[in-house]
Design a protein around this ligand. Structure first.
Ligand SMILES: [Zn+2]
Length: 94
C-alpha cells in the first residue's frame, strides 16, 4: 500500500520540531494561495461591488433637499470594480 508509506514518511519528517514548523508554514502558505485564488475567481465571476461613496445608489443628494447629482466617484453607475478584478484586467492588458 503506497498510502501507508506516505503517512510514515510524513510522520517521520514531522517528528522534529523544526520539520514540524516547516510543514505548518507550507500548509499555511498553501492555504493562503488557495484563498487568494478563490478571491480572484469570484472577482472574475462578479467583478463589481457597491460604490463606497454613494453605497450603490449612484446619486449624491443635496443636503436636506430632494435634489441630487450623479455620484462623482462612480459617475452615477453605483458600482465599482473590485480590486481583484482590476488586478486581473491589468494582467490581461499587458
Ligand atoms: Zn458612487
Amino acid at each position: 500500500m503506497p498510502g501507508i508509506a506516505y503517512v510514515v514518511i510524513i510522520a517521520t519528517l514531522a517528528a522534529t520540531p523544526a520539520a514540524r514548523r516547516l510543514v505548518y508554514t507550507l500548509a499555511l502558505l498553501v492555504a493562503l494561495v488557495l484563498v487568494w485564488l478563490g478571491y480572484l475567481v469570484t472577482c472574475r465571476l462578479w467583478p463589481f461591488a457597491k460604490c463606497n461613496r454613494c453605497n450603490g445608489t449612484g446619486t449624491r443628494p443635496a443636503p436636506g433637499r430632494k435634489a441630487f447629482r450623479n455620484c462623482p466617484r462612480c459617475k452615477g453607475t453605483g458600482r465599482r470594480l473590485r480590486i481583484g478584478r482590476r488586478l486581473l484586467d491589468r494582467k490581461a492588458n499587458r
